[in-house]
Each structure stands twice: as structure tokens, then as C-alpha cells.
Design a protein around this ligand. Sequence first.
Ligand SMILES: Nc1ncnc2c1ncn2[C@@H]1O[C@H](COP(=O)(O)OP(=O)(O)OP(=O)(O)O)[C@@H](O)[C@H]1O
Length: 330
Amino acid sequence: MRTDTATDRHVIEATALRRRYRASGSKATKRNSANTSPTATRGFEAVRGVSFTVARGELFALLGTNGAGKTSTVELLEGLAAPSGGQVRVLGHDPYLDRAAVRPRIGVMLQEGGFPSDLTVRETVRMWAGCTTDARPAAEALEMVGLTGRAEVRVKMLSGGERRRLDLALALLGNPELLFLDEPTTGLDAEVRRETWELVRHLRDQGTTIVLTTHYLDEAEALADRLAIMRRGRIVASGTPAEVTAARPARIRFELPPAVSAGELPLSVPAAVHGRRVEVRTERLQEALTELLLWARDKQLELVGLDARSASLEEAFLDIATGEGEELAA
Ligand SMILES: Nc1ncnc2c1ncn2[C@@H]1O[C@H](COP(=O)(O)OP(=O)(O)OP(=O)(O)O)[C@@H](O)[C@H]1O
């Protein structure tokens, strides 16, 4: 019986987490990687004091450019490596030291599953099920990811997208409370991507806590309850997708009406004019838009191509994750 209410609320608690890759030959290795760069041989701190929590039933996305430290962080949560500093609790346990307690309760979808390619899909799932506590039936796992019709096909004959779905089926076998999805839709076509999103939403709605790393910002925007953006080993922005984008200016675009010059636009709306295209960037979208529309009505002008929208997560991400300036607060 679990009595710890903080644990019930927070499936993951990471506090000032650090991870340093030591010089070559150390035990601190990263899965699927054999980094022999000079940086790696000198030792390199990939995670530099990261703190966050993930609540039960929440879908939390970890974003960042290549090399930001996402995989290095997630591996600490999965118990694949010990942190070099800070603390991590997963389902109330240290995932590295208490791996036996944590592992049966989590599902991990790796970036590259790496299973024997001569086995069929069904054989692969059965083999994996043999290593999984209370595995769900193979047929059920395949049905969930839409691979039922491919059960007798050898893994080496699968497309890249089908392999990702097989990876997902394996991660779901143990009916995990906590699911780690590492770029789950890479290589999937648009339709299968949407189906995967539906499955992920369904799992979340059933109460599965999900940690997602992805390079697709529309995926994070569509799925995440909360997200964190990493840059150079630190979390530089976090919150709901709406909170992360709210701090970024919205934009309004339209065609400058004929017989109107740029100088005649309402002054309190600072606008950039390129040819006849007008673009307004503003942190007060509603106010600026109202002012513009009232001005247009007053002048009886039609604003052709009018398009007003809040910043997308993609715009916010590019601003935040690739920014070269001072580090933003987490
Ligand atoms: N085994 C290793 N030894 C030394 N440095 C490493 C090792 N593995 C990763 N790194 C470095 O740690 C940093 C973070 O890498 P990590 O893979 O965690 O980033 P990421 O955000 O997951 O990137 P990606 O989106 O490309 O998967 C990178 O600079 C990387 O080169």
C-alpha cells in the first residue's frame, strides 16, 4: 500500500538533476551511442541542474534542439544511469538504485528498439512479453498500434513507421503506469502520426502518465499538458503550451489596401510593411486587432488576407531554444 500523497500526485520529481559523461572508459554510457568526440573524452556535463515534476495522469513533453540534453535527462528518469548530482524520484523510488521496483511499472519506447530482424512481429512481441511482468496478450498490443495485419511479417520487412509502432507495442506490453515515448512518431506518415496521437491521448485519458520527447512542435502542442524546453543542459522555459507561447508576441497580417500608405495605419500598432504586405507584432493581440478593425471600418477599407494569430509553439521554441542570449529562468 502506498501512503505517500506527494508520490501519488507526482509520478516524477527531479531536483537539481545533473549528468556528467566522464572520460572514455567510464561506466557512464548512453544507450545506442558511442560518442568519441574530444568533448566526450574530456568529460561533458549534459544535464546541468534540471528540476521539474510530472503529475499522475499528465502528459509532459521535453523539448530542445539536438544535443540539448533531453535523452540524457530521460535516461536518468528511466534508471538507465545514475545522476552525477541532484535527485530523482520515480513512482516514489530512486529509479537507478530501486530499478527492480520501478521497471515493472514503466514502459519505455526507445528511439531505436534494436530487436532481431529475422523474427516476425508476433514472435517479437511474444519474446518481449516473456521478459515483461503481467504482459498483456500480444494480439491486444498489436491491435492497439494497428499492426494486427502485419503480425506474421518479419521485422526486417517492416517500414520505418511500422517499426516505430512495434516499438510502441513493446512499450505498452506491461500496461505501464508511466510511459516514456522518445520521438514516437519519427518516420510515420501524417495519417499514422494522427492515429498514434489518438492512441497516446487514449492512454493518457485512461490514466497513464506520459513523458514525451519530440522534435515535432505540433505534436507537443497537440498532446502535452505541460512541457519544458531544454537548452544546453538546462530548462529554459516550462509550463502549459499556452503559457510558454503567451510570452511571445502574436502577429497580424493583411494586405495594405490600395490608396492607403503605410503612414496612415493606426499609429499605436507598430507595423512592418514589405511591398503591400503588412505585418504587426504585438503582445496585446485583442487590443491591436480591435484598433485595426475599427480603423478599417471607419475608413471603409477591406483588409484583404487578414490573418491574426497567437505565437505558435514553434515560434516560441525557436526563440527560446536557439536563443544565444542570457539564460532564461526555468
Ligand atoms: N556518451 C556520451 N559521452 C559524452 N557526451 C555525450 C554522450 N552522450 C551524449 N553526449 C552529449 O551530451 C549532450 C546531450 O545529448 P542528448 O543526447 O542528451 O541530447 P538530446 O537533447 O537528446 O539530443 P537529440 O535531440 O539529438 O537526441 C550532447 O552534447 C551530446 O553530444
